[in-house]
Design a protein around this ligand. Structure first.
Ligand SMILES: C[S@@+](CC[C@H](N)C(=O)[O-])C[C@H]1O[C@@H](n2cnc3c(N)ncnc32)[C@H](O)[C@@H]1O
Length: 408
């Protein structure tokens, strides 16, 4: 996601898509419009986002456009530097030793770059896992991952296995994911002083997507809206009209996903990296426009109806809700820290100690990568890492310097 991204709220000034890509977007638009018609005139924003990102063969992640890196729409930590995946590998070794589990499962593996760099580091440390499983929702990305692994590390390719769905329970192993939760569809809530609305998506007479606000049909959303409202009472001194019109997101899918994972995990751990906040920060009254964001060719904006299928749509993660779902379903939270602290305590210094400062080009390139991963104004503070475990608490070096669990 966001680093290197320019913020711009006027999509009309963005680069025009080619006629073929525009036709692709139009096709997805009609597909979603038909779904809206078939559902009686409106769908939840979560359903819209799900179709825009994952409609088979058409959605942003399901179709063949390049998404990650310079030629794509956004850049993720493993695409920025192998150091990110190498640090994760060092922490996975500690988990493997403490849990005695030798299987890794990566969920939402993108281009496959994290899997490649991570397993190469495990090989270097003589700690190869028995298997590296990948579960990827997008058939197109799954194919790209398979090709990348075959091209870069053919000697390790037999250790990889792609799953079509989550493994049967009990799964014993280590589950890892970078920027998975932010790519899950969210519901949108609009809070007013005396009312709560859910934001639905409809179509106007000209065939354009429009917002339709009405009472949430899902009782879980109503309950969460009440929790947000009571949180706002605590901040009442900050704002005369804290609930004038407050839009925010709720990621029910992430909560359900954590519960499912907790159920299927026999012995092992879950290590998740993503951008987001604790509930206190997420639902702060001054964040009145929520965190929903779109990325189109490295431009960041807030119009999810712009060129469906050609842009990423994402929302920050509420890590308190992840921790709560985890503990309610029998997992323990063993660490929560920023990406910067995780990397700095988790091996970054060791991994770069042999860098030759006289090799100016290489040295300055690695310094640039480290800055992007760790500086507070880049990815260092916004991105967080959470460690969840099943049968016994784990202790990792990466959380030893700073662990912010008490803020969750
Ligand atoms: C923002 S991308 C991150 C990709 C990669 N992890 C990285 O850091 O570059 C989100 C990835 O998660 C996948 N994804 C989203 N929801 C998923 C789910 N429920 N199960 C498996 N993969 C999923 C998407 O297809 C995509 O590969």
């Amino acid at each position: 996601m966001p680093s290197e991204t320019k913020t711009n709220n006027t999509p009309h000034a963005f680069p025009e898509p080619s006629p073929e890509t525009k036709a692709h977007s139009d096709q997805l638009k009609s597909f979603i419009q038909n779904k809206i018609k078939a559902s009686g005139g409106k769908i939840s924003f979560a359903d819209y986002m799900n179709l825009a990102l994952y409609a088979p063969g058409l959605g942003y992640y399901s179709a063949g456009l390049k998404k990650f890196g310079k030629q794509g729409d956004f850049i993720t930590a493993p695409e920025i530097s192998p150091l990110f995946s190498q640090c994760l590998a060092l922490q996975c070794i500690q988990i493997m030793k403490q849990t005695q589990q030798q299987v890794l499962l990566e969920i939402g593996a993108g281009s496959g770059i994290m899997a490649i760099e991570l397993i190469l580091e495990l090989e270097k440390q003589a700690q190869l896992p028995e298997q590296y499983l990948i579960l990827e929702l997008s058939a197109d990305l799954r194919e790209r991952q398979q090709q990348a692994i075959q091209n870069r590390i053919p000697h390790l390719s037999e250790r990889f296995l792609w799953l079509d769905r989550l493994p049967d329970k009990p799964f014993n192993g280590i589950i890892i994911a970078n920027e998975l939760l932010d790519a899950m569809p969210v519901h949108l809530l609009k809070l007013k002083a005396d009312n709560v609305f859910e934001r639905y998506v409809s179509v106007d007479g000209n065939g354009q997507f429009i917002w339709l606000d009405s009472a949430p049909e899902n009782t879980r959303l109503q309950k969460i809206a009440n929790e947000i409202k009571s949180l706002h009472q605590e901040y009442a001194h900050l704002n005369d009209e804290p609930e004038a019109s407050y839009t925010t997101e709720v990621n029910l899918q992430a909560i359900d996903w954590i519960k499912t994972i907790a159920e299927l995990l026999g012995s092992g751990a879950i290590l998740l990296v993503d951008y987001g906040y604790t509930a206190q920060e997420y639902y702060h009254p001054q964040r009145s426009m929520g965190t929903l964001m779109c990325h189109y060719q490295h431009h960041r904006h807030d119009d999810p109806f712009y060129l469906p299928g050609l842009q990423d749509i994402t929302a920050h993660v509420n890590f308190s809700s992840i921790a709560r779902a985890a503990t309610e379903s029998g997992l323990s939270v063993c660490g929560f820290t920023t990406q910067a602290h995780f990397l700095m305590s988790g091996g970054l210094v060791e991994l770069t100690k042999d860098l030759d400062p006289d090799d100016v080009l290489r040295f300055s390139e690695v310094a640039r990568q480290i800055k992007m991963l760790t500086l507070p104004e880049e990815m260092g503070e916004l991105f967080k890492v959470i460690l969840l475990a099943k049968d016994k608490p784990l202790s990792l070096a990466a959380f030893q310097f700073k662990d912010f669990q008490n803020r969750l």
